[in-house]
Design a protein around this ligand. Structure first.
Ligand code: NAD
Ligand code: UD1
Length: 335
């Protein structure tokens, strides 16, 4: 059984990916410093997969921790989720973001090269496209200047990977550019756990439906879109998790010193108001919402061209927006 290190594996996307890795016959090893997650996630993960998942609580910037994992386990690959991800916070504490998000990648690459670990999947983001000039965005759509230090860390990490692979380090790397992950494991045992007031749309929707927040504000309804609200490509987190499994399987068949980026989205754009309507319809709930001013820095519309990942990795999404919003609500109710 191939052992895969998942940095940030107690987090939202990492925990769902751990499930899909087990389902595909891999053995995940989780490293997480729990800076944005809870150790209880590990117990719930183990309930879902019915087996123990090795867990190391530690910082991915710490080579000694990685070395210990490398000694304990013969790793064949790494999925690097560990990062800080709050856009607003990154403008207040840019150095924390540069140190954690960029530093951890550099340390991890040194560790992989030292140990001869060949395969890496890196968490990038559609944020690298900024406000795109053409839609849908393909992987060749030019990247734009980042709107935030967080966004810049993803751009810089992609650049580091390009430079590193060019130096022929004998490794294979895929960067997955995620669009907007939503939803939760259909069991309702794991899902997104935002700390404090959520910034992202769907956690705000579910917390409003649960009565934790009084009212959802739609940030603008006067954009040049079908109903005036912004457009995003919302992808179920289990589909996103599956893309990591497909990426790892594909990498193991490539020659080393391989690097490619792939969009991971559904290929469909939905407006914020469509998300609200769909949430109300599938869950039979009336949401308290109001239209508010535009959020500074928001991208007006973006969705993915997914031909590359469809054709090269053979990955297709299986879940609909309805499924995602049902699973998000199921998770919130279980909380
Ligand atoms: P998350 O915060 O739920 O998970 C990240 C995990 O990494 C957390 O459990 C946190 O405790 C851990 N972590 C952070 N720094 C660490 C370090 N130095 N050492 C060890 N663990 C550390 O976030 P997520 O939504 O699961 O995102 C995972 C990755 O995907 C991140 O790199 C994020 O930037 C990227 N991404 C997320 C989204 C999104 O909308 N959720 C979109 C695009 C890209
Ligand atoms: C945001 C980040 C992006 C990051 C992504 C995943 C910004 C500008 N972008 O993307 O870099 O990769 O999160 O973490 O912050 N909305 C409301 N009301 C709300 C919350 C959101 O109307 O209470 C709207 C937003 O205006 C936006 C859409 O919902 O149009 C999606 O917002 P969000 O979930 O924050 O994701 P992104 O803006 O796509």
């Amino acid at each position: 059984m191939k052992k895969i290190l998942i940095t940030g594996g107690a987090g939202y996307i990492g925990s769902h990916t751990a499930v899909e890795l087990v389902n595909a016959g891999f053995e995940p090893i989780v490293l997480d410093d729990l800076s944005n997650s809870d150790s209880k996630v590990l117990n719930r993960l183990e309930e879902i997969v019915g087996k123990k998942i090795p867990f190391y609580q530690g910082d991915c910037n710490d080579l000694a921790v990685l070395d210990q994992i490398g000694k304990d386990h013969q790793l064949s690959g790494v999925i690097h989720f560990a990062a800080f991800k709050a856009v607003g916070e990154s403008t207040q504490f840019p150095l924390d973001y540069y140190r954690n998000n960029i530093g951890s990648l550099v340390v991890l690459l040194e560790f992989m090269q030292k140990r001869g670990i060949k395969d890496l999947v890196f968490s990038s983001s559609c944020t690298v496209y900024g406000q795109p000039d053409q839609l849908p965005v393909t992987e060749d759509t030019p990247r734009k200047d980042a709107e935030s230090p967080y966004g810049n860390t993803k751009k810089v990490c992609e650049d580091i990977l390009v430079d590193f692979v060019k130096s022929k380090p004998d490794i294979r790397v895929i960067s997955l550019r995620y669009f907007n992950p939503i939803g939760a494991h259909p069991s309702g045992k794991i899902g997104e756990l935002p700390i404090g007031t959520p910034n992202n749309l769907v956690p705000f929707v579910t917390q409003t439906a649960a009565g934790i927040r009084e009212k959802l504000t739609v940030f603008g309804n006067d954009y040049d879109t079908s109903d005036g609200s912004c457009v995003r490509d919302f992808i179920h987190v289990m589909d996103l998790a599956d893309a990591h499994v497909k990426a790892l399987s594909f990498l193991s068949k490539q020659n080393t010193d391989y690097y490619e980026v792939f969009n991971v989205g559904t290929g469909n754009g939905n407006t914020v108001l469509e998300v609200i309507e769909t949430f109300q319809k599938v869950n039979g709930i009336k949401l308290n919402y109001q239209i508010g001013p535009r959020r500074p820095g928001d991208v007006v519309k973006i969705w993915a061209d997914t031909q590359k990942i469809n054709q090269v990795l053979g990955w297709y999404p299986k879940f609909s927006l309805e499924d995602s919003l049902r699973d998000s609500w199921n998770w919130q109710k279980n909380l």
